[in-house]
Design a protein around this ligand. Structure first.
Ligand code: ATP
Ligand code: MG
Length: 399
């Protein structure tokens, strides 16, 4: 079977045959040397985006302004970026100037860490001008070039170093670490969206206890929104469990433990989407419910199918209790209904049945009571049975 690497090599061959240099670069070279699965391959070339576009049938112009196009081949996407150098990062968000170069080493020298600054040619030879391979073997994260300058150029690299430490269980080389410490205050100038991406990866990683510990020891949380205003929250970070399914879930965890923090504080400060907001609030409600009643039919009904795994991780880290996502899913699927839409009656039916009652909040409340009784199994999900029960309910209420 053809692998993603084979397809990448075919693209390289096409570029080489047209007289251009082309290499696999960045994370894919690193992960291959670490024997980790590679799902995503980036290529670098001295061909300009226009030249790349002319050579391939399916090209998507995703980031022409910084020299990147996506080449589609065999249903896979490859980012192909023209060799470039970057000058000045006065806003800490975008380089002021990007210029194309024809030399691979110059392109590799703008990359963040030695392990990310290697290239692989069509024959599989590794080009490694900054000794990235040796650092990989020594399990060290080391800045390319002068660390103080590199973190000044783009302080996001500080967060990237910490998240790679978390993902790979590597140490940070001493000069690199010291420069991270010196440049740490620049973190506050970064766009929060970029910060979020790196923190998200850090918190999901296998070695995140170590990553989190290193981040905390460096003092990172003194410069991050929400955390910087609360020493008690930073104490919680120090003792925090992980990994979680993502940053969102870690925030739910922290807000659960540190009740004075409303989830919405995190949601606003980290500009989380409405979808994340909804899922986080639901997880939070369900945790509260779990704390008072444990696993029940109502609890699994309330749990969204897609969130069951996340919920189990949270329960494990908060209460130390091991729930099986499969068991919860089975219990959920065995319920008489999966959602309110499946109830055998709706609002119209109930209004028709109780014509003497004026519209009002009673209708919503009634549907909720019916729903709970159907979920718990005390009322069958049959229209006639529910209507009989409703009549009885109102008679007994008015008696
Ligand atoms: P991942 O496996 O998480 O995608 P990656 O190393 O591929 O890790 P990307 O963010 O996809 O990380 O970036 C691809 C490559 O681009 C990196 O390996 C590195 O060479 C370079 N790079 C990315 N971000 C920066 C940065 N802020 N400064 C310098 N080089 C960077
Ligand atoms: Mg990548």
């Amino acid at each position: 079977m053809q692998t993603i690497d084979d397809v990448a090599k075919k693209i390289i061959a096409t570029l080489n045959e047209a007289g251009f240099q082309a290499y696999i670069v960045g994370g894919a070279v690193r992960d291959k040397l670490l024997n980790k699965p590679v799902n995503d391959i980036d290529l670098a070339t001295d061909a300009t985006p226009t030249e790349v576009t002319a050579l391939f049938e399916h090209v998507i112009p995703v980031g022409i302004e910084h020299g990147t196009v996506i080449v589609r081949a065999d249903h896979l996407s490859f980012e192909v970026t023209t060799f470039r150098e970057e000058a000045g990062y006065s806003d800490f968000r975008h380089p002021d100037e990007v210029s194309y170069v024809t030399d691979l080493t110059t392109d590799l020298s703008r990359r963040d860490f030695t392990m990310n600054a290697m290239a692989e040619n069509k024959q599989g030879t590794i080009i490694d001008p900054f000794d990235g391979k040796a650092d990989l073997q020594a399990r060290l994260i080391r800045a390319v070039g002068e660390p103080l300058e590199r973190f000044q150029e783009d302080p996001l690299r500080i967060l990237r170093a910490l998240r790679f430490a978390s993902q790979l269980g590597f140490m940070i080389e001493t000069n690199t670490y010291e420069a991270m410490q010196t440049r740490l205050p620049l973190i506050t100038a970064l766009a929060i969206e970029r910060v979020r991406v790196e923190l998200d990866k850090l918190i999901q990683a296998e070695n995140c206890r170590m990553g989190l510990h290193q981040a905390e020891a460096l003092g990172l949380f003194d410069y991050l929104p929400v955390f910087k205003d609360s020493p008690s929250l930073i104490m919680k970070v120090r003792a925090s469990e992980c990994p979680f399914n993502g940053l969102t879930d870690w925030f739910v965890y922290l807000a659960y433990l540190e009740k004075q923090f409303d989830l919405s504080t995190f949601i606003k400060a980290y500009k989380l989407s409405n979808k994340d907001k909804q899922v986080m609030n639901d997880l939070d409600d369900t945790l509260m419910f779990y704390q008072s009643t444990g696993v029940s039919d109502r609890l699994v009904y309330q749990l969204d199918k897609a969130s069951i795994h996340r919920f189990c991780v949270l329960v494990f880290h908060i209460f130390g209790e091991n729930l099986s996502p499969d068991d919860l899913l089975d219990q959920k699927q065995a319920l008489p209904i999966q959602s309110r839409q499946e109830l055998a009656v709706d609002g119209h039916d109930l209004r028709r049945l109780l014509t003497d009652k004026a519209p009002g909040p009673w209708l919503r409340e009634l549907i909720e009571v019916i729903e709970q009784n159907v979920v718990s199994g005390s009322l069958p999900n049959k229209k006639r049975a529910i209507e009989e029960w409703v009549k009885w309910y109102y008679q007994s209420e008015n008696a």
